[in-house]
Design a protein around this ligand. Structure first.
Ligand code: GBH
Length: 449
């Protein structure tokens, strides 16, 4: 157990937790919600390791008041959630489902009443199925539908949401959803998935304009990043690492910050029209960084369809997901962003950081998760060190408040500060919850009033 006191964070630092709609809400058929690609995917045989779906998940849709009380008990000053597009627009466009907006209004008002800033993500991968049937993000129209949806949400909540996040991890949605078929919608297009990158970014830019019209609150995107370390020092390994870095870390950032698409990836950019890059490069106020681990990369085998081979890095402890626990990678990543984008880099908030462990209640019903405490302690110190290095980091959100439905892994991976007993829905704060509560209490006590 780490005992050294946590160093002091900036006064206005955002201490938060993150969740997403399909992973926690359940209530899939309730109050007029439409069908998303994740409903379809999860209900297709063989897609989810334990055969589960998000039909019920944490039943947060009904238990949100209890979950807000858990947030208040933690002492956080920000809560990042996502809005389910098919709850608001059941067919993706056109008719608005007022009860969907009513739910998010209750949620937003509930967290505000506890002194917590609502941070709303508009797209965390749950595309309305009718839009997928029209081509999903391969279809340019989806970008326009996304901006209309952003307008609808901001018309209702624009006066109360404190930070907008357009897209969550567009790289993962493109690569796992459309490239490799591991996530919904389950397509396997490899590098032909590039239009999904462009149309998501175009949707981000169009939605940003809509949000600016309706709301005075800042706008962000949440990208996932991994510092890339070449494994092997041959020229082919270095070239492979550079290609992976361009794909994983630059594809969704270079165009946002006015640098266009990385040329070396050799994408067929016929889908990029005149003016699109200007829409995409509209200024954002915050860059959301989702960080899990660094990645090793070496030259691919001769017959590989990809120009690189990602390999797990040795020498780190592993989570239950087998991901390395590498807080040094977070400091390294933040330094890389700072050096690469210089004055164009907006302030950063760590919009996700967390780990899965095999947490279960002991005989007294308590859940001890010392490895998560070590993880959070190390990553918060890494953020602090990056700030001391000169990187402007203004917040840190733990993934996640609750154990929840982990996509293709179903209920088999637990990321929560709070344990969820799925059969009953019972919530039990883990020891990491108490630890983080104490860290936040100390940090917020130091704020001059
Ligand atoms: C996020 O995705 C999502 O936004 C969230 O919904 C999800 O629940 C959460 O993280 C936890 O998964 O280098 O082989 O070790 C995370 C995307 C992709 C990050 C895989 C970690 C590690 C692969 N992840 N990556 S490896």
């Amino acid at each position: 157990m780490p005992h050294a006191p946590m160093p002091r964070f900036p006064t206005r630092f955002r201490w938060g937790v993150s969740t997403s709609a399909y992973q926690i809400e359940g209530a899939a058929d309730t109050d007029g919600r439409g069908v998303s690609i994740w409903d379809t995917f999860a209900h297709s045989p063989g897609r989810i390791v334990d055969g589960s779906s998000g039909d019920v998940a944490c039943d947060h849709y009904h238990r949100y008041a209890e979950d807000i009380a858990l947030m208040a008990g933690l002492g956080i000053n920000a809560y990042r959630f996502s809005v389910s597009w098919p709850r608001v627009l059941p067919t993706g466009a056109g008719a608005v489902n007022a009860s969907g907006l009513d739910f998010y209004e209750r949620l937003v008002d509930g967290v505000l009443a506890r002194g917590i800033d609502p941070v709303a993500t508009l797209f965390h991968w749950d595309l309305p199925q009718p839009l997928e049937d029209a081509g999903g993000w391969l279809n340019r129209d989806t970008a326009h539908r996304f901006a209309e949806y952003a307008d609808v949400v901001a018309a209702r909540l624009g006066d109360r949401v404190k930070l907008w996040i357009t897209l969550n991890e567009p790289f993962i949605h493109m690569s796992l959803g459309y490239g490799m078929g591991v996530h919904a919608p389950g397509r396997m297009l490899l590098f032909d998935a590039f239009p999904v990158a462009h149309h998501q970014l175009l949707g981000h830019g169009l939605a940003t304009a809509a949000l600016r019209d309706r709301s005075g609150s800042p706008v962000a995107i949440a990208n996932n990043y991994s510092p890339v370390r070449p494994v092997g020092d041959g020229p082919a390994d270095l070239a492979a690492a550079a290609a992976y870095e361009a794909l994983h870390n630059r594809l969704f950032t270079d165009p946002l910050l006015g640098r266009g698409y990385p040329a070396e990836l050799g994408f067929d950019d016929a889908v990029v029209r005149d003016g699109d890059l200007d829409v995409i490069a509209a200024p954002i106020d915050v860059l959301g960084v989702n960080y899990y681990n660094p990645i090793g990369v070496r030259a691919p085998e001769e017959d590989s369809p990809l120009p690189f081979e990602p390999v797990p890095l040795d020498g780190y402890p592993r989570t239950a997901f087998d991901w390395p626990v590498a807080p040094d990678g977070l400091r390294e990543l933040l330094g890389w962003l700072h050096r690469r984008y210089g004055a164009d880099l907006p302030p950063i908030q760590i919009t996700e950081s967390g780990c899965a462990y095999d947490d279960r209640p002991d005989a007294q019903g308590r859940v001890h998760d010392p490895d998560r405490i070590g993880y959070l302690d190390g990553h918060l110190r890494a953020v602090h060190a990056a700030i001391a290095d000169g990187v402007d980091v203004t917040g840190y959100f733990v993934w996640s408040l609750l154990d929840n439905w982990e996509w293709a892994e179903g209920f088999t991976k637990r990321f929560g500060l709070v344990h969820v007993d799925y059969p009953t829905g019972r919530r039990t704060p883990k020891s990491s919850y108490a630890w983080l509560r104490d860290v936040i209490a100390t940090a917020r006590r130091e704020i001059p009033r």
